[in-house]
Write a protein that binds this ligand. Structure first.
Ligand code: ADP
Ligand code: ZN
Length: 293
């Protein structure tokens, strides 16, 4: 079965084809410029690919409610040219196959559940810590959408007593994203995270905020795996510090072996690596086909 996949990002659109086993057969990237330019390149790419379905994981916010006239739109993004763009509608004009549409992070969560770190489970959280903080969730086998879609990167966190950084979220100031995204690290310390590897204070503080978020996700959704990716999580020394903070914050309240004995295997990096986004979109397409048959 040949499936199409699009990872629609603010910097580039990665397009590819693959199969129902999560194998990527080929892929290509187009820069995200204007919708006219980028979507022309995308739709031309898929023209002769004979795909049976297309999965699209997109940056957001997006409208996922199929009842709405703006279903499939990128809605209130600050990204120039992309506000209120009918992404799915434009694709449908040129590509005549069933399409599944979701957030980039929900797609990545589904991909990791199908073929990656959460394989064989029916729930997980996927969090990316990069330019922003985005979180996707699968619960009881289904991607969580709710009213619009969850925005778990913007939850409120308790400020560290020694942290005077005011936070850089344009909406909330010191929410999780405002305190712990890549740009927040750079603003607070005056240097990019990548050159701060050897400064333990940076990562102690980063882990302090990320652990609070994970604790909240554990308490609210009880996910069976927590998968942490994105540029900032390249700092692998974060994992043990995050884990230590999670254990301290939960204080033995959740009595499960995942937390009590197996936590190194519970809070983990993604397994799909560079292909996580595209595999996620492929998983959306696969799900769409199973729903139809
Ligand atoms: P995006 O979120 O735009 O898709 P990334 O996940 O690569 O892209 O995130 C980019 C952010 O992550 C930047 O703020 C960058 O400084 C930070 N970053 C990238 N690589 C590293 C690294 N190795 N260590 C620490 N921070 C990093
Ligand atoms: Zn925020």
């Amino acid at each position: 079965m040949i499936l199409g996949a699009i990872e629609a990002g603010g910097t580039k659109f990665v397009c590819g084809i693959g199969n129902e086993n999560g194998d990527i057969i080929e892929k290509i990237s187009f820069p995200t410029t204007t919708p006219e330019e980028t979507l022309k390149l995308v739709t031309d790419y898929f023209k002769d690919k004979q795909i049976e379905a297309l999965g699209v994981g997109s940056f957001g916010p997006i409208d996922l409610n199929t009842e709405n006239s703006t279903y499939g739109f990128i809605t209130s993004t600050p990204k120039k040219h992309w506000k209120n763009v009918n992404l799915l509608g434009e694709l449908k004009k040129h590509i005549d196959v069933p399409m599944a549409f979701d957030t980039d992070v929900n797609a990545a969560a589904l991909g990791e559940l199908e073929w990656g770190a959460a394989k064989g489970l029916d729930s997980c959280i996927y969090m990316t810590v990069g330019t922003g903080i985005g979180v996707g969730a699968v619960a009881e086998g289904k991607l969580i959408h709710g009213m619009l879609h969850p925005e778990m990167g913007h939850i409120l966190v308790k400020r560290h007593e020694n942290d005077t950084y005011k936070g850089n979220c344009p909406f909330h100031g010191d929410c999780l994203e405002g305190m712990a995204s890549g740009p927040a690290i750079e603003n607070r310390w005056g240097q990019k995270g990548v050159v701060l590897s050897a400064n333990p204070q940076v990562w102690e503080l980063e882990a302090y905020y990320l652990a609070q978020a994970l604790v909240n996700y554990i308490l609210v959704l009880s996910p069976k795996k927590l998968i942490l990716g994105g540029g900032v999580m390249q700092q692998k020394q974060l994992f043990p510090i995050i884990i230590e903070n999670v254990v301290t914050l939960l204080n033995g309240y959740i009595q499960h072996e995942n937390l009590l004995v197996n936590i190194d295997n519970y809070i983990v990096p993604p397994e799909l690596g560079d292909n996580a986004g595209l595999c996620g979109a492929l998983a959306l397409a696969k799900n769409m086909i199973s729903k139809l048959s």
